[in-house]
Design a protein around this ligand. Structure first.
Ligand SMILES: [Zn+2]
Ligand SMILES: [Zn+2]
Length: 223
């Protein structure tokens, strides 16, 4: 897809990565379809369970959105960038692989085979659903109401999919029509700064909307 020459370090990393983790059966678009259809099915099912939602129950949507934004921020600033016991795989995949496969000077996929360097592995979607969305949804279901529980699951899965789709768009070639949408261009710039190896540990930890970055003063500003 991309034609610009790659910096030497990135080219070397990509060649080495492809040599050692060949994954000959990997089909990028199937991965994309699994993530998208899997998440959309859960969202549709959760919404189909709602009945006569009261105004107070709708508050679950913004509350879940804020919770998800904080989880994204602290998950990224924490274990994705720091080796933590039991979560080494997360650190390896993100800091050691994602950040060296793509840098601020080489953000674009070369082919659909590179999608696995951006999308979460399918097993993580199941983990996210089973270990996070379901128990928390059940808690809101029990402590609040069934509608509150289902709205939480729908919003959390919607957030997860937004994260995946936006992050995917950030790594499309610059000339792609989706990459040139006005809001997308701004969000892409935010993430591109984070891909500078000299800045990744300090700035721009939100992947979707830089709300926590803004609240906690970690938005990078050109001096
Ligand atoms: Zn990225
Ligand atoms: Zn990062």
């Amino acid at each position: 897809m991309s034609v610009a020459p790659l910096p030497e370090s990135v080219a070397k990393f990509r060649t080495e990565y492809r040599r050692t983790e060949r994954g000959t059966h990997y089909v990028g678009w199937a991965h994309f379809a699994f993530t998208s259809l899997g998440s959309l099915s859960v969202i549709a099912f959760s919404l189909s369970r709602l009945s006569e939602v009261r105004p107070l129950e709708w508050l679950m949507v913004p509350v879940s959105f804020l919770l998800a934004n904080a989880a994204e921020y602290f998950g990224h600033r924490g274990p994705m960038h720091h080796r933590r016991k039991g979560l080494e795989l997360v650190y390896r995949r993100h800091t050691l692989q994602h950040h060296h496969f793509f840098t601020h000077e080489a953000m674009a996929f070369e082919s659909s085979h590179d999608f696995r360097m951006v999308l979460f592995p399918p097993v993580l979607l199941l983990f996210f659903l089973g270990a996070i969305a379901t128990p928390l949804g059940a808690l809101f279901f029990a402590l609040g109401s069934p509608n509150a529980g289902w709205l939480f699951v729908a919003t959390a899965m919607g957030y997860f999919l937004t994260y995946e789709w936006l992050h995917f768009c950030y790594h499309l070639p610059t000339e792609h029509p989706l990459a040139r949408l006005p809001l997308m261009a701004r969000l892409r710039r935010h993430h591109t700064v984070h891909h500078d190896l000299a800045r990744m540990g300090r700035y721009n930890f939100n992947i979707t909307f830089p709300l926590c970055d803004w609240l906690l003063g970690t938005v990078w500003k050109q001096r």
